[in-house]
Design a protein around this ligand. Structure first.
Ligand SMILES: C[S@@+](CC[C@H](N)C(=O)[O-])C[C@H]1O[C@@H](n2cnc3c(N)ncnc32)[C@H](O)[C@@H]1O
Length: 251
């Protein structure tokens, strides 16, 4: 039997690692680093730093694998993600066959928490369902970018007795959800908060949370939307990429 550990490493700060995650890091024989695009270098650098800082031996290997990207010309978003996950599954299977010996333990270091906008669990499930591998896996939770955001802004996620929705920029652009007064928006490449600027909302925005480049802006959306857009564009140009998340709260 081979074992895979899907380890949540928190969303930016190496101090976000839990004791459980540190114990899991020390069990793994092989680490698979899977990031893509412009963020790859920075995120893999952090993963290496985490391994060096927390692993108490040198008997581990790191395999950096090229990760396929979503076809941005495919109009159907879900179809594009489905194709992407099939491609990733093939790469994961190859890594498990070629890089992991029977009885060994491999680890995927997942940014934030593996249950939030991440496909690693889904892909491992799909691999096990093929029946082609004797494989077991465990999931170790991590501090999400949502938790990093609320902690840095010193704000609660929910209002008392009320619901929270976590959604994407793409969905927010279709309108604010009903019956929810707190909305977290992730994966927003288009400044979608601008589409709800006329509503009575406070925004808590954070970029590069937990890292030395962290930027925080908060206030009444109609008053700070312009500033967020300017700061966001400048940061993206300066760094070549941006990762940001925000919480919208109806006033
Ligand atoms: C593919 S999702 C991964 C989420 C991750 N699993 C988590 O638990 O936060 C990537 C999105 O998470 C958000 N994100 C992740 N890390 C972040 C950070 N350090 N600062 C701001 N936003 C972050 C951004 O919205 C980004 O587009």
């Amino acid at each position: 039997m081979k074992t895979i550990l899907i380890i949540g490493i928190g969303a930016g700060n190496p101090d976000y690692l839990t004791v459980q995650a540190i114990k899991a890091l020390n069990q793994a024989d092989v680490f698979f680093f899977m990031d893509k695009g412009q963020t790859k270098e920075k995120l893999n650098h952090l993963r290496k730093e985490i391994c060096e800082r927390y692993i108490q031996h040198h008997n581990y290997r790191v395999i950096e694998a090229p990760t396929p990207e979503r076809d941005r010309n495919e109009g159907d978003y879900l179809k594009a993600v489905d194709h992407l996950n099939t491609d990733k599954q093939m790469i994961f299977e190859r890594l498990i066959i070629e890089e992991l010996e029977e009885g060994q333990c491999g680890a995927f270091l997942v940014w934030g928490d593996p249950s939030l906008y991440d496909s690693t669990i889904r892909i491992l499930d799909a691999i096990i369902q093929t029946g082609r591998h004797a494989l077991d896996y465990q999931v170790i939770p991590g501090i999400t970018s949502v938790q990093a955001l609320t902690a840095q802004h010193k704000v609660t996620l929910n209002n008392i007795g009320r619901s929270v929705e976590i959604t994407t920029g793409r969905r927010l652009a279709e309108g604010l959800p009903d019956n929810v007064d707190s909305v977290v928006v992730m994966l927003d490449a288009e400044n979608s908060y601008k589409t709800v600027v006329d509503q009575n909302i406070d925004i808590y925005w954070g970029a590069y949370l937990g890292t030395p480049d962290e930027i925080l802006i908060s206030g009444k959306l109609e008053e700070v939307a312009g500033e967020i857009e300017r700061v966001r564009d400048a940061a993206r140009q300066a760094n070549g990429w941006i990762m940001d998340t925000y919480l919208l709260k109806r006033r």
